[in-house]
Design a protein around this ligand. Sequence first.
Ligand code: SF4
Length: 327
Amino acid sequence: MKKTHKNIQIWYKAYGRLELPWRTTTNPYHIYLSEVMLQQTQVKTVLERYYFPFLKKFPTLKALGESPLDDVLKMWEGLGYYNRAKNLHKTAELLTQQGQTRGVAPTLPSKLEELIKLPGIGKNTAHAVATFAYKKSVPIMEANVKRILCRLNKLETPTDKELWKIAYELVDKENPFDYNQAMMDIGATLCIPKNPDCEACPLSDICQGQNDPTLYPAKKKRIVPTREQNIILYVYNNKLSLTQRKGKFLHGLWGFAHTEVPLCASEYIGDVTHAYTHFKLICKVYVYDEIDAEQNNYFTSKEIRKLAISKVDDKILKLYLDTIQAY
Ligand code: SF4
């Protein structure tokens, strides 16, 4: 294993993405934030549009914990999976309160068992914070790493338990930071889903699956269901009505009203589609431009831009603005 670890180190120094800002810091909050943002989003998007503005607005864990959730959701707008932002905020709030009680600046704990108790921190995020912020000798298990482990061991449908066991056996205990970062980079650039570059791979001397790598892991057949929704845009004095969502889905964001059956006097202006991970949403959009007594939050399009709204509602707003411009 020593030789493999050495090969990984050499490869990482030559080809790894060493300059990523969350790899050149030891600040646990910055590292934790990057881990949460990167859970469902590509490095390029996080780097170019979200990571730096978020840290500018909330430079410390304390600043984040003391800010209203609405401000956090606004900075998260467009990243999707808003539960990530809510849990990030809850964790910051909790740690800030704990810090105040103890009279110290809030920070993330370094122990896995304490990290994993915090809101929204799962097993992988806890391991990532422990190894990247505190240099603990533990592995990580994001999608790219899972694919590598399956191919190294010719595993088609391994359980999480099996994968973690293998990951713990393989981790470079002397240099876990570089090892874990390298594993993510190898998975992102060499051991890719189709046509992996095994010749250039520093793990090729121990890889059992390299003759037929795309067999591992076995592909899951996924049928994505479609859901339909009627959206009513209540318009009054060139303003649109929005309400703040209360349910679990998109909680806290502002959005347009849904309706079972479109109102008789409403006008259909088109469809908006949006792909979520587990379903495809088709919104049939109607405009109702008579006063409705139940609607009491009307905003201009300029004001709406300042609210935290979901990508779907942003698309709906665009459809509406394009439609009235066409008249
Ligand atoms: S040798 Fe090929 S299949 Fe094996 S880990 Fe490297 S890139 Fe992946």
